[in-house]
Write a protein of this length. Structure first.
Length: 439
C-alpha cells in the first residue's frame, strides 16, 4: 500500500507532515511522491489567507483527479476553518483536524476499513514517540517546539484553528531526544519552529506572558541543543519583536552555534495600521529591537513579513510603511496582499482596500524588498563565509553546487570547481564570496 503527501503553508506544517509520513511508514505503508499512483493521498492544508484556502481545495481536487480510486484526506488548518465546504466536496473522502495528526495513520486505516476498502498494513513494533521521520534530505531539519497562539491579530485565523488560543510547548527532553536522533541521521542544521515561537515555555511557567519570561525557556533550550554533537547550526523561526530584550540577547550570545538570522514579523510600519491589526508594539519599538540585534550581532540577517492593503490603509499610511521598510534595511521581506478572512475582526472593518490597489502596493513593496536584499548581500562580497552546501542546481544551463551561509544568503559555485575543492552536498565549507557567487 502506498501513501502520497502534499504540504501547504508554514514550516510547522512541513514538520507535522514528516511526522505523519513516519506514522504511515511505521504501519508498513510506503511513501511516494505526490502525483504518483497511491492508495492514500494526504493534503496538509493551510488557511492563513483566502488564497491558501483556494490552493488547498485545488490540491485536493488534483489528488482525486490523479488517483480517482484513492482515499483523499484533508488534514489541518483548512479543515478547522472550512469543514462545511469540505463535507460537500466530492473530491474529499475524509477530513481530520490538527489534533488528529498524531494518530493519522490509524484514523485513515480505520476509515478505510469502515468503507470496506482492503487494508494492508502492519502494527508498529514499538512506539517511537513520534521521533523518527523519513529522511527527505540531510541538510536542514525543522523541529517544532511549540503550538498555539494567543495574540489574536485582527486579520488572523490561526489562533482559532490552532487550539483556540491555548499555548502548548513540548517538553525539553522530548525536543533534545529528537534533535540527537536527527544529528545521528546526518543533519547539520536544525530550525526551531512554532506557531508562536516566542511563547515557548509560557504554559510551563507561572509567568503567563512571553514578554515577562524574556525568552528564558527558549535560551535554556538553545544552550542544551548547542551541546549536541553533529549539529553545527541552530536557526530560529519567526519571533515576536517584543521578545528582543537585553536578557534574551545576552542569553543568545552564549549559544555558539546560533545563526545570526532573525525573522521579526512587522506587518506594517505605520502605528495606526498596527493598532487596527491588534499588533502589540509600535514602529518605534520595532526599530529599537532591530537596533538591539545589531548591537549584539555583526550584520545580522533581519527578515520580516509585511501586509499590503490592510483595511483602512491610506496612501499616507502605505508610504509610511515603505519608508520604514527602507529605514530598517531588511535582508528580505515577504510581502502579502491583505486577504479577507471570514470570522476575523478585520473582515468586518470598513474601508476595505480595492484589489487593484492592494496589488499595486504589493508590487511596490516587493520592488523595495529586492533592492534591500541586494544591498544586504553586497556586504558579503570579499568575505570568507561558511556555506552549508545543499544541492546541485541547474542555473542558465550550467550546474552549480548551492547552499546558504549562516545569515541565510544563498550562494552558488560551479560544480566542477566545487568537486575540485572537495565540497559536497550536506558538507560545510568556506569560500570567499564574489558577486558571481550570489544568486
Amino acid at each position: 500500500m502506498k501513501a502520497a503527501f502534499l504540504t501547504l503553508g508554514c514550516k510547522v506544517n512541513f514538520y507535522e507532515t514528516e511526522k505523519m509520513m513516519a506514522d504511515f511508514q511505521d504501519h508498513g505503508i510506503d511513501i511516494v511522491e505526490f502525483g504518483q499512483a497511491a492508495d492514500i493521498c494526504i493534503i496538509n492544508t493551510c488557511t492563513v489567507t483566502n488564497i491558501a484556502d483556494r490552493k488547498s481545495r485545488q490540491m485536493l481536487h488534483r489528488a482525486k483527479k490523479k488517483n480517482p480510486q484513492s482515499i483523499v484526506a484533508a488534514v489541518g488548518c483548512y479543515v478547522e476553518s472550512g469543514r462545511e465546504e469540505l463535507q460537500k466536496d466530492p473530491s474529499v473522502d475524509v477530513a481530520f483536524s490538527n489534533r488528529d495528526k498524531g494518530s493519522i495513520a490509524v484514523k485513515v486505516l480505520e476509515y478505510m476499513k469502515s468503507r470496506g476498502v482492503p487494508v494492508e498494513s502492519s502494527v508498529p513494533e514499538a512506539d517511537c514517540g513520534g521521533q523518527r521521520g523519513p529522511v527527505r534530505d540531510r541538510r536542514r531539519k525543522y523541529i517544532k517546539i511549540q503550538d498555539g497562539c494567543n495574540q489574536f491579530c485582527s486579520y488572523c485565523m490561526i489562533p482559532y484553528v490552532r487550539g483556540g488560543g491555548v499555548l502548548s510547548s513540548r517538553e525539553e527532553e522530548d525536543i533534545l531526544k529528537e534533535i540527537r536522533l536527527v544529528a545521528e541521521e546526518g543533519y547539520k542544521e536544525v530550525v526551531l519552529t512554532g506557531i508562536h515561537l516566542s511563547s515557548y515555555g509560557v504554559d510551563h511557567s507561572e509567568e503567563k506572558q512571553f514578554v515577562a519570561l524574556k525568552g528564558r525557556p527558549l535560551v535554556a533550550l538553545l544552550q542544551k541543543i548547542d551541546e549536541i554533537q553533529g549539529i553545527e547550526r541552530i536557526r530560529l523561526g519567526s519571533l515576536e519583536p517584543r521578545i528582543i530584550c537585553t536578557e534574551f540577547m545576552e542569553g543568545l550570545m552564549t549559544v555558539t552555534k546560533l545563526c545570526p538570522h532573525f525573522h521579526l514579523s512587522l506587518q506594517s510600519g505605520c502605528d495606526a495600521t498596527l493598532k487596527r491589526m491588534n499588533r502589540h508594539y509600535t514602529a518605534a519599538v520595532y526599530k529599537e529591537k532591530c537596533e538591539m540585534l545589531r548591537r549584539y550581532f555583526e550584520h545580522p540577517a533581519i527578515t520580516t513579513d509585511v501586509i499590503a492593503g490592510f483595511p483602512g490603509e491610506t496612501e499616507a499610511e502605505f508610504e509610511r510603511t515603505r519608508e520604514f521598510v527602507k529605514e530598517i534595511g531588511f535582508a528580505d521581506v515577504h510581502v502579502f496582499s491583505y486577504s479577507v478572512r471570514g470570522g476575523t475582526k478585520a473582515a468586518g472593518m470598513k474601508d476595505q482596500v480595492p484589489p487593484e490597489v492592494k496589488h499595486r502596493r504589493s508590487e511596490m513593496l516587493m520592488a523595495d524588498a529586492r533592492q534591500g536584499k541586494m544591498k544586504f548581500e553586497e556586504w558579503f562580497i570579499g568575505r570568507e563565509e561558511k556555506i552549508l552546501f545543499e544541492e546541485i542546481r541547474s542555473i542558465d544551463g550550467k550546474e552549480y553546487l548551492t547552499g546558504h551561509n549562516e545569515r541565510y544568503v544563498m550562494v552558488k559555485i560551479p560544480r566542477v570547481e566545487a568537486e575540485t575543492a572537495g565540497f559536497m552536498e550536506n558538507g560545510i565549507g568556506s569560500i570567499r564570496i564574489q558577486k558571481t557567487n550570489l544568486i
